[in-house]
Design a protein around this ligand. Structure first.
Ligand SMILES: NC(=O)c1ccc[n+]([C@@H]2O[C@H](COP(=O)([O-])OP(=O)(O)OC[C@H]3O[C@@H](n4cnc5c(N)ncnc54)[C@H](OP(=O)(O)O)[C@@H]3O)[C@@H](O)[C@H]2O)c1
Length: 355
């Protein structure tokens, strides 16, 4: 096989066996690489992207490993892009080298388009949906935004559309190393004023599926609290800042179609209420905003009963405004406040017919 020409950020893989074993561990039965022998060739130094050769397909693949310790039962993860031949892969490497050199020559205080006096923001879970739309709106206002998610290609696309105002870090919030990634982003942003946790999964679990329940807890509870806990202490030390979580109207009562989801959202809402009280007792001016949307027009809302569906652009605008005003609770849209109230007031004998 022909050797590639490498330079930063790519280099030849030094421990191919370790990387190949990690790939076998991650790919589930629905994944295109499942059961196919691979050869690890190279890695990107700044993120978990690896080049593999797949003999059976006679193709190369760039895979973003998540370092999960189990098979991901998903055809999209670990996210994988196939390349027909060495020429295509070399083109991709050359593009990354060029971008790397450009980035190296652009110190952050000279970041194109960053308006002095604006904010430095991190949105965890911004490769799609609400987080992505918020990132766009914040960037359009001139803020500097760090976005995260697992789908590198979507984050890259966002970064490229708002060059100089959006940077990204691709990582899995269930992998247990989020803080390292967040700290690195804060360093690259040169500070932090607002952190928003929008990562989440909302799978129905009608048959009380353990895999779904477990992943829901890992993403919406463990992944969430790891970052929320760190952020609160960061803002406490700093003396100012704001944090927000995109919880859900589902936080208000148990839901028989998605028990783990509604419980995980109750966890997020209660944790944020507790942090708001804590900040208040400590007389710290930290904004702690809990967002409870009804239905927002994203992929996640599809398949649900879509009454009072809020357009994505409007939802993001209302959330940004609520964070700016340091509100403790924001319903999206406002009329969902009524639903939350009714949900809480309805006695169990009646609620059990609909919940
Ligand atoms: N849409 C609604 O109607 C609605 C209503 C109420 C509440 N919410 C809440 O709003 C939040 C955003 O949802 P959305 O509608 O915008 O859905 P979405 O488009 O699916 O966005 C979810 C985001 O979370 C990220 N994410 C999921 N699992 C992750 C993991 N393990 N590691 C890292 N990132 C992960 C996804 O990125 P990758 O896949 O690239 O990793 C994506 O960026 C969720 O918490 C959801 O519960 C939504």
């Amino acid at each position: 096989m022909e050797e590639f020409r490498y330079d930063m950020p790519w280099h030849k893989e030094d421990s191919p066996e370790l990387i190949e074993n990690q790939l076998y561990r991650e790919v589930g039965t629905k994944h295109i690489l499942y059961g196919k022998p691979v050869k690890a060739i190279a890695r990107r130094q700044d993120r978990d992207d690896f080049i593999f050769y797949i003999e059976e397909l006679k193709k190369f693949a760039i895979v973003h490993l998540t370092w999960a310790q189990r098979h991901l039962q998903d055809e999209y993860y670990p996210s994988t892009k196939l390349f027909k031949n060495t020429h295509e892969v070399q083109k991709k490497i050359d593009r990354d080298i060029k971008e790397w050199i450009e980035l190296e020559n652009t110190p952050f205080n000279e970041t194109v388009g960053f308006v002095e006096g604006k904010r430095r923001i991190i949105i965890v879970g911004a490769s799609s949906g609400i987080g992505r739309e918020m990132a766009k709106q914040y960037a359009l206002e001139g803020n500097l935004v760090g976005v995260t998610g697992r789908r590198t290609e979507l984050l890259e696309e966002l970064r490229n559309s708002f060059s100089g105002r959006i940077i990204y870090s691709a990582f899995d919030v269930t992998a247990g190393n989020s803080i390292e990634h967040i700290k690195e982003l804060v360093q690259r942003l040169n500070g932090l004023d607002i952190l928003i946790y929008s990562s989440g999964i909302g799978e129905l679990s009608k048959g009380l599926d353990w895999e779904i329940d477990k992943l829901t807890l890992e993403t919406n509870v463990i992944g969430f609290i790891e970052i929320a806990n760190w952020s609160f202490n960061y803002f406490l030390n700093q003396g100012h800042g704001s944090m927000a979580v995109i919880s859900s109207i589902a936080a208000n009562r148990g839901n028989s179609w998605a028990p783990a989801y509604s419980a995980s959202k109750a966890f997020q809402s209660n944790y944020f209420e507790a942090l708001a009280i804590k900040a208040n007792k400590m007389k710290k001016a930290i904004g702690i905003t809990c967002i409870e949307p009804g239905f927002v027009d994203t992929k996640m809302a599809k398949g649900n009963k879509r009454f009072w569906l809020v357009p994505l652009e409007k939802a993001a605008r209302q959330i940004i405004s609520g964070i700016k005003k340091k509100k403790q609770k924001v319903y999206v849209s406002k009329r969902w406040w009524l639903v939350a109230r009714l949900m809480r007031l309805t006695p169990f004998w009646l609620y059990k017919k609909i919940g």
